[in-house]
Design a protein around this ligand. Structure first.
Ligand code: ATP
Ligand code: MG
Length: 458
């Protein structure tokens, strides 16, 4: 980060008061964790399960230069610059806004029910072909992670690529107004967080809040195949629009998609010569790539320029990743999260892969679906066909309706349902899986099939 003088921090966060041994001191780093504090850092104590204020002494010991403070002034230590504020999180966000305005990069904001992290990583990768890019690390996509990402941005950053996540209405609006993007994209509308939002229409509305901070004359990118976006999009917006999809009516579309075990290739309407490739499976990832390529095109990059960058983009862990499993098998690990949309997308992608040995699937409970949980789990049966998969394992309580739905269509001896303790499931799989077999593992994070992935890993 470009150094900021403490007196500028004081102004940016509209501090109530401050005490500083040296008002011209500068900070070059913002930390939440006192153990990471060091010379020139600003310690931001946040209230979560613990209260960061309790760790101020540790931050001082580690050399922090300054700290935000929202407890009574009388409780503040006097051997560090203290910046007194009403609320440390709001102050962090205000500081991020100030810093963004100091650096003035072009800002790209990505939201959607699925594929945000993947699309963000692809977008940053292709823009790297020509620009200094800074992006959200991992999944730092909320009201804390986003300002933190902004404050980590190096001075020379030309384009900032931000992931924006949410679990309820109002959150994307806030993030978008903080970051005021030049480009805003929605990857897909799914059913994640249905429990909090009630309907897919409400989810679409919540994602569309990304337009609330979009700069006048900015670009909005959205999937062609989602009528809810078209229906709910404000008509008076002063921005440009581009759609993407496999459908040829999209502004930017993909065709000639070829699925391989480790990569997917396709052509894009932006350039009829280049065959592009992503190091990851699934048509759904081609959709994610289309967002990245539309953004690259907007910034003046050609497909030839970005091709090699897309091929080698760095995937965040546990997203549709192959790993070596027990008995010489191969695990397709997608156990990081799940929604009905993403599960359908991944099941279809996995079914489309060329066969090596037998294909197994292990699907676990999808959480946070609210009252539609049974119906949505059962609806997955359309993507679980006996000709595509040899053995189907289901795990958990909420997924039981899928078991019932499959009982009619899927041979009983190849269909298994486990609940409770994971040990018997792991045991059964270890016994059944042999050399050349493949297994797709997917569930919500909370269902913890990652522990099964771990147990089946070589
Ligand atoms: P989170 O809400 O946890 O931040 P995310 O939106 O960032 O998730 P990713 O981490 O990119 O999403 O991908 C998570 C999973 O979602 C992938 O492993 C895959 O199963 C699925 N997925 C990714 N992209 C799409 C897509 N375009 N359509 C449907 N499913 C997708
Ligand atoms: Mg993410």
């Amino acid at each position: 980060m470009k150094p900021i003088r403490i007196i500028d921090v004081v102004k940016a966060v509209k501090a109530i008061d401050y005490s500083s041994p040296n008002r011209f001191a500068e900070i070059t780093r913002v930390v939440f964790d006192s153990r990471e504090a060091g010379i020139d850092s600003l310690f931001v104590p946040l209230k979560g399960e613990t209260d960061g204020h309790d760790y101020i002494q540790s931050a001082i010991k580690n050399g922090a230069t300054a700290a935000l403070w929202s407890r009574p002034e009388s409780e503040a230590p006097d051997d560090i610059a203290i910046i007194l504020v009403d609320d440390t999180l709001t102050a962090l966000q205000d500081l991020a806004k100030y810093y963004l305005n100091e650096i003035k990069p072009k800002v790209v904001a990505i939201t959607g029910s699925n594929g945000k992290t993947t699309t963000k990583d692809m977008t940053a990768a292709v823009l790297n072909a020509k620009f200094n890019v800074h992006k959200t690390k991992g999944n730092y996509n909320n009201e804390i992670g986003l300002p933190f990402t902004i404050l980590e941005m190096p001075e020379e950053t030309e384009i900032l690529v931000l992931e924006m996540g949410m679990s309820g209405p109002g959150e994307i609006s806030f993030l978008s107004q903080l970051a005021t993007p030049d480009v805003a994209a929605i990857t897909i509308i799914g059913e994640s967080h249905l429990e909090h939002l009630g309907s897919r229409r409400n989810i679409a509305k919540a994602k569309l809040e990304i337009l609330e901070g979009l700069k006048a004359d900015g670009l909005f990118i959205y999937p062609i195949d989602e009528p809810l976006i078209r229906e709910e999009m404000p008509i008076d917006g002063d921005y440009h629009k581009r759609t993407f999809g496999i459908d040829h009516t999209a502004t930017v579309y993909a065709y000639g998609v070829q699925s391989g075990k480790n990569s997917t290739s396709f052509k894009v309407s932006l350039d009829d010569r280049e065959i592009l490739e992503i190091p990851i499976i699934g048509e759904y990832n081609v959709q994610n790539a289309l967002v990245a390529l539309t953004i690259a095109d907007y910034f003046g990059l050609s497909m030839l320029e970005v091709k090699a960058y897309l091929e080698h983009f760095e995937l965040t862990e546990n997203r549709s990743q192959w790993m070596d499993g027990v008995n010489g098998s191969q695990i397709l690990n997608d156990a990081y999260n799940a929604s009905p949309t993403s599960m359908t997308a991944v099941l279809e992608a996995y079914a489309a892969l060329p066969r090596e040995g037998r294909k197994f699937v292990l699907l676990g409970d999808i959480r946070e679906l609210g009252e539609k949980s049974s119906e949505l789990h059962a609806s997955l049966s359309a993507s679980v066909k006996p000709e595509d998969f040899d053995e189907v394992y289901l795990y958990g309580e909420e997924i039981a309706p899928l078991y019932q739905a499959l009982e009619g269509s899927f041979p009983a001896d190849r269909l298994h349902h486990f609940k409770g303790e994971k040990a018997p499931l792991i045991e059964a799989l270890r016994e059944k899986i042999t050399h050349t077999d493949q297994i797709l593992i997917k569930s919500s994070f909370g269902t913890d099939l990652l522990s099964v992935v771990k147990a089946l890993k070589e």
